[in-house]
Design a binder for this molecule. Structure first.
Ligand code: DOR
Ligand code: ZN
Length: 358
């Protein structure tokens, strides 16, 4: 039995409000506990998006009622909320600010760089700004971090050129941190990676950032020391939505991340210490999170099994890792002294989860 700290997922699309047929605060936090996470950060691209007082209140009310693990909610950067000086009480109630600078799902994309300037100038410096920014847009975001002298965190980076530019920026002392999603480490666009499974239909392969070449995947593994965090980018859509003529981008990930990384550790690709650093220590440091006293997870590191999406707590009912052989199973999760997950059952009540920014 392996005992680890309660993991933190910085990047979860909970889907509530607005798309609870895919997921809600109940199912997302159940999936989180089953995956070994005791804290999740919720993304703001809901319907409506979370970007002001009313929508933040709305999102946090659902979370308070239903969450079974601890959480924080991101605010989204939009065209009409770029001056945070007007609402100084809102940012401290949030996980941080999420800015969508590249193609995404939802209404929050920001193309106008003068709006970026206002967000960077007015969002409090001690709270992180998280960027969805790919390739050259990411380089522009790093320039903004330098100009405004404030920390930024790059979400789900996926390309060789991105990890190399972040490495160079860190060497120069720019305040940039980054996360990588498991699917960009374990699946390539030709589906010839880690486990060589060809069962993923075209619609099921849709995700933003897109799946990449093995050259990009290798560059991420080769620069593991530059990657601060692993974050799932858990973005559930239903099987019908994935199979439609216009498949929605996104993968669920909460229940598969830790088993995949433990399997990689078993094969010598990283260490368990690396996993703890990137799924607990660094997220906690970057987002200035409080301790969760009396909190840990237990893992049977010898349990071998096949991943089956139909067995998961996520409402979407599928996984891009269907059929993967993994080694390592979460057997118990203790949160603030209480057994909240044990042997396949979620034991925490709805509403047991706390807002870590309260
Ligand atoms: O694949 C993605 N899905 N990328 C995003 O940026 C958004 C996410 C979603 O919300 O479904
Ligand atoms: Zn996302």
């Amino acid at each position: 039995m392996l005992k680890l700290p309660g993991l933190i997922d910085l990047h979860v699309h909970v889907r509530e409000p607005g798309a609870t047929h895919k997921e809600d605060w109940d199912t997302a936090t159940s999936a989180a506990l089953a995956g070994g996470f005791t804290t999740i950060f919720a993304m703001p691209n809901t319907m409506p998006p979370i970007f002001d007082r009313d929508t933040l209140d709305l999102g946090l009310a659902s979370a308070k009622e239903k969450a079974r693990c601890d959480y924080a909610q991101f605010l989204g950067a939009g065209p009409n909320n770029a001056n945070w000086d007007v609402h100084p009480d809102l940012p401290p109630r949030a996980a941080g600010l999420k800015m969508y600078l590249d193609s995404t799902f939802g209404e929050l994309r920001l193309d106008d760089m003068t709006l970026w300037m206002q967000h960077f100038a007015t969002f409090p410096k001690h709270l992180p700004i998280v960027l969805h920014a790919e390739s050259r847009t990411m380089a522009a975001g790093i320039l903004f971090a330098e100009i405004y002298d404030r920390p930024i965190h790059i979400a789900h980076l996926s390309l060789r050129e991105e990890i190399l530019i972040i490495k160079a920026a860190k060497e120069r002392g720019i305040k940039v941190t980054c996360e990588v999603a498991p699917h960009h480490l374990f699946i390539n666009k030709d589906l010839t990676g880690f486990q060589n499974l060809s069962g993923l239909s075209v619609g099921h392969q849709e995700v933003r950032p897109r799946l990449t070449s093995q050259k990009d995947v290798d560059a991420l593994w080769d620069n593991l020391d530059i990657i601060d965090c692993f974050a799932t980018d858990h973005a559930p859509h239903t099987i019908e939505e994935k199979d439609s003529d216009n498949p929605l981008p996104g993968f669920p990930g909460l229940e598969t991340a830790l088993p995949l990384f433990l399997t990689a550790a078993d094969r010598g690709r990283l260490t368990v210490d690396d996993i703890v650093e990137k799924m607990y220590t660094n997220p906690k440091k970057i987002f200035n999170l409080p301790e969760q006293p009396g909190t840990w997870i237990e893992v049977d590191e010898n349990a071998q099994y096949e991943i089956r999406g139909a067995e998961h707590f996520s409402r979407c009912g599928w996984t891009p890792f269907e059929g993967y052989q993994v080694k390592g199973r979460v057997t118990r999760v203790v949160l603030r002294g209480k057994d909240v997950y044990k042997d396949g059952k979620v034991l925490a009540e709805k509403g047991f989860g706390q807002n870590i920014r309260d």
